[in-house]
Design a protein around this ligand. Structure first.
Ligand SMILES: Nc1ncnc2c1ncn2[C@@H]1O[C@H](COP(=O)(O)OP(=O)(O)OP(=O)(O)O)[C@@H](O)[C@H]1O
Length: 403
């Protein structure tokens, strides 16, 4: 785990570096925030630890610049002069914790360990949309609120792309919104004992439960229960699960209805996704014509929300004016153009680096939204190992359950 430590007092900086020597940390320590910006430009970090009062630029300014460059960076700020306004500002800019100086080195290590678990398994973004317009989804949401009062394992089932992983994030957010949340896929394996300790009090969601052999699943469930980790799974058809799995997971079971059974959700979902995608690409939200709304409501959407989003991104890519271009016909796969936000002004190399990182994010999202294969096979199609794909998704803040 890569840590960037910014502290101008040499002796204190050395002491903090020493405190981290024994742990799983790869520490880069600097005294000057401008040097820190150069280091951040050169590659991704997991955690930033910075003093608030620094020469040449404040820790707050450094935090803002670092978060702009690497939005998923976890951060902790230290200060001997804990002015409440600065702390509030630091939290607003995404600092996860605050260490008032002087502090105990054990406290420092514990704060970093917590950030390590949040980095590995970030809690769901509270701003993520959760559309429950139809009676079927409203009833499901009520049931999730009830389930949140228990710590029982939960099984979500339904056709591909119906929102099983999203419902798992909703349940986690209802149970304990700040705790770590890890999503993985049965085909890629579940977290081992070393990682489970970090997830204590959090949740794990395993998509494709039917792709995980029953003995591996039972072993993993026992490990998670032992560590106080909430346990959720997803599959297309619970009847197809091995009996041992069904018995353990079938206590609380929720079916995600396909879109064609809850057409009331289609337009609100479409409008919300359209706005999100347009904003992400830095463009204004195009108008959706009445004829297109009708078409949206009448299609069958066998790929459910995934297909809806994919069609939308294709239409958005083909939009030149203020009206959204037509949806691709069912079964169409490629096309459109890629729109990227302009990078901040800088050297050509730095700007190209930023453009290339943004393009990587768009390409990964597209690949996921349009995917028909399992995650391991998708990684292969992209010329990546499953681990490299998971890492790239984490770096772009793309939910892991989509990997
Ligand atoms: N009710 C909802 N409101 C808003 N967005 C949703 C909702 N349900 C699902 N989504 C979004 O739709 C997309 C597909 O949902 P999700 O990944 O949860 O489906 P899934 O059933 O787990 O898919 P798969 O079976 O392919 O693993 C995701 O981007 C998710 O955030």
């Amino acid at each position: 785990m890569r840590v960037l430590l910014v502290e101008d007092k040499d002796s204190f900086r050395r002491m903090l570096v020493q405190a981290l020597e024994a742990g799983p940390w790869e520490v880069t320590a600097v005294g000057d925030p401008r040097e820190a910006l150069g280091v951040l430009d050169a590659g991704p970090f997991d955690i930033l630890v910075t003093d608030l009062r620094l020469p040449s630029m404040s820790g707050l300014e450094l935090l803002k610049a670092a978060k702009r460059a690497q939005p998923n960076l976890r951060a902790v700020v230290m200060s001997a002069f804990g002015e409440p306004a600065d702390i509030v500002e630091a939290i607003r800019w995404g600092a996860d914790d605050f260490l008032p100086k002087p502090f105990d080195l054990d406290v420092f290590a514990a704060v970093l360990e917590r950030l390590r678990s949040l980095r590995m398994a970030p809690p769901p973004d509270p701003r993520e949309p959760w559309i429950v317009h139809s009676p079927a989804m409203a009833a499901l949401d009520q049931a999730l609120v009830k389930a949140a009062g228990t710590s029982l394992p939960v099984l979500f089932h339904g056709e591909p792309g119906t929102g099983k992983a999203r419902a798992a994030r909703r349940l986690h957010a209802l149970r304990h919104p700040q705790a770590p949340f890890l999503a993985c896929d049965g085909a890629l394996g579940v977290p081992g004992p070393a990682d489970l300790g970090l997830l204590r009090g959090g949740s794990v969601y395993v998509a494709g439960l039917d792709r995980l052999p029953a003995p591996a699943l039972v072993g993993a469930m026992e490990g998670m229960e032992g560590q106080g980790v909430h346990w959720m799974g997803g599959c297309a058809n619970p009847e197809a699960l091995p009996e041992a799995t069904r018995l353990r997971m079938g206590v609380l079971t929720f079916r995600l209805p396909p879109l064609r059974e809850r057409r009331e959700d289609i337009l609100p979902l479409f409008r919300t996704f359209l706005e999100l995608h347009a904003r992400r690409e830095g463009r204004s939200v195009p108008i959706v014509e009445r004829a297109m709304e009708k078409e949206l409501l009448h299609r069958d959407w066998p790929g459910n929300l995934r297909q809806l989003t994919w069609g939308l991104t294709q239409a958005l890519g083909g939009t030149a004016g203020s009206v959204l271009a037509p949806l691709p016909p069912d079964g169409a796969r490629r096309g459109g153009s890629m729109v990227l936000p302009f990078p901040e002004a800088g050297t050509l190399e730095a700007m190209l680096g930023a453009v290339s990182r943004a393009a990587e994010g768009v390409l990964l999202r597209r690949a996921l939204e349009g995917r028909t294969s399992e995650p391991a096979a998708l990684a292969l199609e992209l010329g990546l190992t499953p681990r490299a794909l998971a890492k790239a998704l984490r770096e772009h803040g793309i939910p892991l359950e989509d990997d």
